[in-house]
Design a protein around this ligand. Sequence first.
Ligand SMILES: [Mg+2]
Length: 424
Amino acid sequence: MEEHTPAYVTVSNMLTDISQLEPFDVAGFDADHTLVKYNVKALTKMIDKIYMRVITEDCEGYPKDIADLYDEELINFSFNGATLDMNTGLLVKISEDKKVIAAYRGFTKLPDTEIEEIYGKDRIFNEEYSVWHYRSLDKGYLGFHSYFDCPVISLCAKLFDLKTQGKIDKTNEEIFNDIRTCIIKSYVHYDAEKCYKIADYGYFFTEIINDTEKYIQRREDFREMLIKLREAGKKVFIATNSHAEYTNLIMTRSIGDDWRSLVDFTASHCGKPIFFKEIHGTRKFFRCDYESVNLKGKECDVDDLEETHTYLEGNCKDLEEYFKKLIDKDEINFAFFGDHFITDAAISDLHKNWKGVAIMEELNHEQVEQTDESQLVGYEKYWGSFFGGEINGEWHKNAWVKFAEEHTSYVLPLLGDLKKLLDK
Ligand SMILES: [Mg+2]
């Protein structure tokens, strides 16, 4: 196991006092992995099993016993922020200066000599690499971020391992298309025309519905936090890319079946990052209507928006106008919390009256004093610290950590820490 120095397990912009967010009138939250805390180990194991099923049932050319070929322990390989080099099929961890800190072919770690043979003496992954564009198929790489995305990393390792062993005859591109099939068959239960009931789509949602308590934590502290924010005169909203039915399921489990009464606005299927980029108010909110095949009901202007409904799509500027009316102020300020460094924290932070706060659970996970809340897989065994790694004896910070420091206002280890700051 690679050693890491706890002193590195930190960020320069940690939120340590609630006053750092002031003045803010409105607090917004992402749902999945933010207001809704999953047991990441159980979740990763479950998604891994689903991928094995999809790869044998919906994709061609894979050994039917693929699930038996790999140890269950390999879910620990799922490292937040790993990148797939489409040209070589290698999975890599990249530093803030674009260097390859670690590289894997399947589950086999490459020695330094081989990394330097492939990427050159200076180990530069790709001169054009940037976290902002972490999925750049045109440049030949695909990054993974968020705990839904992470299980794809062990899936990639399995498929490229089979290729290295000569057990499958596929091009890298064909493998990538199969990976995409796994993702679509698991989560994408809607298109422009139709939104399927989650119970009728794929295997992922059925698992969550059947055993919600196994995968999602009930969080009284999050509930109290929402109440406390509103008692302090703040308005509260949710902006999630999850669709309306799933939003209701996970929020009900996390907060309680009266969760709607604790928020002032709910935007589901809101399509971040577009939600935060659309600044001319042309991407309207639609009232969620379960009678409609694609759940899109009435198209709404700001004056039509109400706190009692769930809305789909929309944009942050209409949301701002809605809250200006509600609060009766011409200038208002937002704090937005989310686990996705880019599509939650950095994108919202681009607006001058918004402060984006990134949840970085690895901070908690790698602290010496572990808490019960640490539910992440044991990725350190394969990848070392999330915060960086050594190249020729010199420490290099992980590109994702540097990104969160540079492009978000603040970082929090867990959303529960916000509750603690409010209680201080
Ligand atoms: Mg999220």
